[in-house]
Design a protein around this ligand. Sequence first.
Ligand SMILES: [Zn+2]
Length: 128
Amino acid sequence: MSAERMSTAQCAHAAGIRQGTWSAYVARGHAPKPDGRLRDTGAPYWLRSTYERWRANRPGAEHADATLATHDRIEAADKVDLDDGYRPASNVALARRLGISAATVTRHRKGVCRCAQLRARRAGAGAR
Ligand SMILES: [Zn+2]
């Protein structure tokens, strides 16, 4: 399949969901209809531009951005503390400083967050 056309598998992989989920999204109108079908197999395909437009407007994309931004702020704050020769602030203290909940700080610090997965997904979607 050319770089401009994406199969069900490629769309699903780029979106970080299973093929069946992608197909269900399409069927329910939560993802775009195929741009066409392959002549030999009849398999649906999407133009990369169609997929990218969907991804950019996908519900939850904004939320994911905010989650990743929070993770970065926590890491940056810890780095500043360490660089200044301090031990990183406690979860509660850092939460207060950043205006977020201590539970959120704890989750990101422990790595019990979706961030690594989200980043990997985006890196995969960015690559051709
Ligand atoms: Zn995180």
